[in-house]
Write a protein that binds this ligand. Structure first.
Ligand SMILES: Cc1ncc(COP(=O)(O)O)c(C=O)c1O
Length: 405
């Protein structure tokens, strides 16, 4: 569908949106009419350099040819069959994912939150099956973000935030410890704790990478106490950090990991991966989904992941990400530039992130604000140094303009 085919103006379409759609995002003032590579084209032909990447989704850029072809071909062959039927994309994707990230089994889901929900359920079920029903507690990190379902919004370590307010009571057995503080996690666990769940890099929390010592310390502590280490790789997965999975960048392997976002080339798909031993707790009937493993989404994911691996996009993400982070240090009012690969956060010494986000969009650059003073960028893994130079130029102008107000 294209805006020009409707005969309606942008303002008329925006009126329809506000009449019929519930708005949970404060949107940019254009209609994203088409996408190609690093750019989104608006209804009036204006082009936007996309360093938001559809919120860390479009790992190979917009409308990657291999992904588009895979979707078209699969849509003409089989769109949906349900979990009762084997389908080829599901099987081939499972093999590709498990072999490329060193895991035994995959459970398909439809989104990041749903993948995390499944990860929490599997950890609890594993606790009950192996130790008894009282062993169900999970410790997560303060300032984490794990999703918006009932379990994941309370796994999200942001009490008294819009994410949690109004949804009490909290599901039982979740508590928070300080990120990058091993002692805080140790203190938060007791004999009924079955798992620790963290993001290898806190994305929404301000693009805060874990330290290697912290993740290794959690691994050792979990092994010592018979607990599971869960990594939320929804944002850090599939090349974002410059390795296929964030855990590979740290060389600390979790017992279960979740994934979504970059996995699907823009199609809604998520999953968890784990070991043969742990997956025994998810026998028939213990968990399920109608759409999980949808053939079109799996075909898109297979194409996207193949594109990432064959074109060595992790290498590009590392090299160009480092180049961009160095460049960003030259922005005015910068306190710190953080991240790994193509997951990049800039913390300013003032709370200007939201203003920078919307003004940058007006100037043709799309980014997100994750904290009052932190902007985040998650461009495609195949972004070039020239794309980064262009983004830097717009950001530099934008920040200077915001600061001069
Ligand atoms: C680390 C992390 N986990 C989970 C989620 C939730 O994913 P979804 O929005 O696909 O439900 C997000 C989304 O931003 C995320 O960044």
């Amino acid at each position: 569908m294209k805006v020009s085919e409707t005969g309606l103006s942008k303002e008329e379409l925006k009126d329809l949106a506000s009449k019929y759609m519930n708005e949970t995002f404060k949107r940019f003032d254009f209609i994203a009419d088409s996408g190609n590579g690093m750019y989104i084209t608006a209804e009036n032909g204006d082009k936007y350099l996309d360093f938001m990447g559809g919120i860390a989704v479009n790992a190979t850029g917009h409308c990657n040819k291999r992904v588009v072809e895979a979707i078209k071909k699969q849509a003409e062959t089989m769109i949906h069959a349900s979990g009762y039927c084997y389908t080829l994309p599901q099987i081939m994707l499972a093999k590709l994912i498990c072999e490329s990230i060193g895991m035994d089994k995959i459970v398909y889901q439809n989104s990041g939150a749903e993948a995390n929900e499944a990860m929490i359920k599997l950890a609890r079920k594993f606790g009950t099956d192996n130790y008894g029903p009282e062993r169900y507690k999970i410790v997560t990190a303060a300032n984490s973000f794990h999703g918006r379902t009932m379990a994941t919004l309370f796994a999200t370590g942001q009490p008294n935030s819009a994410i949690q307010n109004g949804y009490a009571p909290m599901i039982q057995g979740l508590s928070y410890a300080e990120y990058n503080n091993l002692e805080s996690f140790k203190a938060a666990c007791d004999e009924n704790t079955i798992a620790i769940m963290v993001e290898p890099i806190q994305g929404e929390g301000g693009v805060i990478p874990a330290t290697k010592e912290f993740l290794q310390g959690l691994r050792d502590f979990c092994d010592e106490k018979g607990m599971l280490l869960l990594f939320d790789e929804v944002q850090t997965g599939w090349g974002r950090t410059g390795e296929l999975m964030g855990y590979m960048a740290y060389d600390v392997k979790p017992d279960i990991l979740s994934m979504a976002k970059a996995m699907g080339g823009g199609m809604p798909i998520g999953a968890i991966c784990t070991t043969d031993k742990i997956i025994k707790s998810f026998g028939p009937g213990a968990h399920g989904t109608t759409f999980g493993g949808n053939p079109v989404c799996c075909a898109a994911s297979y194409a996207e992941i193949t594109e990432i691996i064959e074109n060595k996009l992790c290498d590009n993400a590392r090299e160009v990400g480092d180049y961009f982070r160095n460049e960003l240090k030259m922005l005015p009012s910068v306190k710190e530039v953080r991240g790994m690969g193509m997951l990049i956060g800039v913390e300013f010494d003032k709370d200007i992130a939201t203003e920078v986000k919307y003004l940058a969009a007006d100037k043709g650059l799309l980014i997100t604000a994750v904290r009052p003073s932190v902007i985040r960028m998650a461009p495609a893994l195949n972004a070039t140094k020239e794309d980064c130079d262009k983004a830097f130029e717009i950001l530099n102008q934008t920040v200077n303009e915001v600061l001069s107000k």
